[in-house]
Design a protein around this ligand. Sequence first.
Ligand code: UD1
Ligand code: CA
Length: 455
Amino acid sequence: MSLDIVILAAGQGTRMRSALPKVLHPVAGRSMLGHVIHSARQLDPQGIHVVIGHGAETVRERLGAEDLSFVRQDRQLGTGHAVAQALPGLTADTVLILYGDVPLIETATLRRLLARVTPDRLGLLTVNLADPTGYGRIVRDAAGAVTAIVEHKDATEQQRVICEGNTGILAVPGQRLTDWLGRLSNHNAQGEYYLTDVIAMAVADGLVVDTETARDPMEVQGANDRRQLAELERHYQWREALRVMAAGVTLRDPARFDVRGDITVGRDVTIDVNVILEGQVVIEDDVVIGPNCYIKDSILRRGVVLKANSHLDGAVLGEGSDAGPFARLRPGSSLGPRAHVGNFVELKNAQLGEGAKAGHLAYLGDATIGARTNIGAGTITCNYDGVNKHRTVLGEDVFIGSNNSLVAPVDISAGATTAAGSTITQDVPAAQLAVGRARQRNIEGWKRPEKIIKP
Ligand code: UD1
Ligand code: CA
């Protein structure tokens, strides 16, 4: 069975009160439309057709990809009219309609829906609602067969009592679509070409409308304003929290845990409150993450301890290493097994070998640091001369005294020591002591200046 997917994303979204097109507003760090496209791709369709209108150019720029075809709908004349714009590109046996502002739809639900479609059967996704106000209502005959969808504004009092609502998500046999959409009219309460009128046409043509129900109403919930956007965000985060807990993670508070990307977690991981995981994050077994940590595109190997308020971006923390509180590891940084980085230490493109340590207040940029080497408090690499970046290379078992300035490019070989307060501008051979500071003088009989009293 071949599949074309049409995603409606042309609407304005006035209630967002935003310069950004509605479908580009993010849920969990990814635009709503991005979520829908992501789910659509999992179904391996032959085509994904995105109907755009308001903010069309911005949407195309932000989400353009080879496997997407964008179709313009310059005037929003209704959902039926929107799908009709995509018709020239639709050639598959089955056409599935999705919505750019309904981001949490799950592929498992869509698969169940698609399984119902045959050349003479449609699949309609419905939802049972406590308050169906605003939704199209599913009208069934005495035998329970679907006969039509009636929009809220066109519905009679008896029809408004129906609690089964139309989600809008629909899968239809492709060959029929051109005929049905061509016969739509806009003689209704809203003066729009309703996609939903296709249902009654299909029934009149002798097709059966089979329904599937969204188990979780949030899956089919759209966002029209920022409050609904926040509700979707919270729901998404709750779902992620359940997923990681099921995988063996203790979350100190699942309501204060945010995932904005794809994460892989091991067992017996503990995550304290207010931790944000973004991009591609891998957390192996027995990792402990303290409160208020931000972790982006990083790997935390088995047994890592990341203490409170640390910030990781593009970092790899080796087995049993620890960092923080208040550590900042920037792209290209790595800690070898059991290496240690303490408070107010910033690493950028710096690699610490096994058991190396930088306990306090340091900036290590463009540096290679050998196993067991110790960096004293207050040490910085002077890696930038105002034009180019240079590397600092420290061998194994080096001891850098406190408050050193390591002026790159510079090499300090294995076992060397530098005196506290040194400015190191020359390479240091193995096992030697480098002293790079002015010698101290004590001046006997020196008097402090006295305050001049003005007349
Ligand atoms: C639609 C359904 C209704 C269903 C409800 C679920 C129709 C006629 N009605 O109503 O049965 O219960 O969704 O939320 O389909 N869009 C376009 N171009 C257009 C019109 C709409 O791209 O010309 C897009 C909108 O951006 C939006 C989606 O289609 O994402 C739904 O349109 P909207 O006008 O909000 O439909 P509803 O009135 O909510
Ligand atoms: Ca709507």
